[in-house]
Design a binder for this molecule. Structure first.
Ligand code: PMP
Length: 283
């Protein structure tokens, strides 16, 4: 099977898929993206991701290059053409191709790319059973990280810093010493059976997995609190975990080399994983 991508209205061989050198995504990171998890060839939380895509586009005043209803068709087509059972689909929209100039170009059509890839079905569960390690570092991002923009250099550096320290994810610290979120995930702790995560604002991305988990927790009447937490709270926490479209609910076993709880995957992470998957939306 040869992989295929959707690039500006056409399905092309992945190996021969290109964008223009003056695409503003390449020149200025002037664009937005979404990552959709695929389970059993179906899209997880499609509506939430597409609503957030439109919010990001509106905030940056980029016009969608295709009709809203066409997104699902093309994502499904990428799943079908690449025979993806479990995996992810990455979708990117930029302000388009124009002579390099900071100001918005006039009469330029926005660009779109959709790519997908399969992930082995046991990959998530294997990682879940191991848990992940976190390294904290300063949050160096811009002040509108609620927009899922292509401006990703600070999280790239933060993630690499985590990797260089034998960790899988970085948690970012704001100027007051509170965790904003992960480099590519939302951050959570559990204390005395209460689950805690930072409230939505311009300083975090409103994760679709975060929202889904909160809805699922509320449905089963589970106690939860949206508040900031710092390194001291983490030290005293019974458990910690992250959420994202690619990692779902993923337990954290250490932060800065200090064990969370007894340093094993905890019972709440298992419970929340089950609660999350029980009310997941697939389309
Ligand atoms: N925060 C950041 C900074 C992210 O990059 C991501 C992943 N895209 C998330 C949170 C989690 O969002 P979602 O659950 O929608 O994948």
């Amino acid at each position: 099977m040869s992989r295929e991508a959707f690039v500006n209205g056409e399905y092309t061989a992945y190996k021969k898929s290109y964008i223009h050198i003056e695409d503003r995504g390449y020149q200025f990171a002037d664009g937005v993206y979404e990552v959709f998890a695929i389970l059993d060839s179906k899209i997880v939380d499609y509506e939430g991701h597409i609503e957030r895509l439109y919010r990001s586009l509106n905030e940056l005043r980029i016009t969608s290059p295709i009709q809203k209803k066409s997104y699902k068709f093309h994502i499904k087509e990428i799943i079908r053409r690449n025979i993806i059972k479990d995996g992810l689909v990455y979708l990117q929209v930029t302000r388009g191709v124009a002579n390099r100039d900071f100001k918005f170009p006039k009469n330029t059509k926005s660009s779109i790319v959709i790519i997908g890839r399969g992930i082995p079905s046991n990959y998530y569960n294997d990682n879940f059973n191991k848990g992940i390690n976190i390294k904290t570092t300063k949050d160096l991002r811009w002040k509108r990280v609620d927009i899922k923009s292509l401006n990703l250099l600070p999280p790239v550096l933060a993630k690499q810093y985590a990797i260089d320290n034998d960790c899988e994810e970085a948690w970012l610290l704001d100027e007051d010493g509170y965790i904003t979120e992960g480099s590519s995930s939302n951050a959570w702790i559990v204390k005395n059976k209460k689950v805690i995560t930072r409230p939505v604002s311009n300083s975090i991305l409103n994760g679709i997995t975060r929202s889904s988990l909160i809805k699922s927790l509320m449905k089963v009447g589970y106690q939860f609190s949206e508040r900031r937490f710092n390194l001291k709270d983490i030290k005293n926490a019974d458990e910690a975990f992250i959420t994202s479209a690619t990692q779902f609910v993923m337990p954290v076993i250490t932060v800065n080399n200090t064990k969370i709880g007894n340093g094993d995957v905890g019972k709440f992470a298992r419970l929340f994983k089950e609660i999350y998957f029980n009310s997941i939306s697939l389309s």
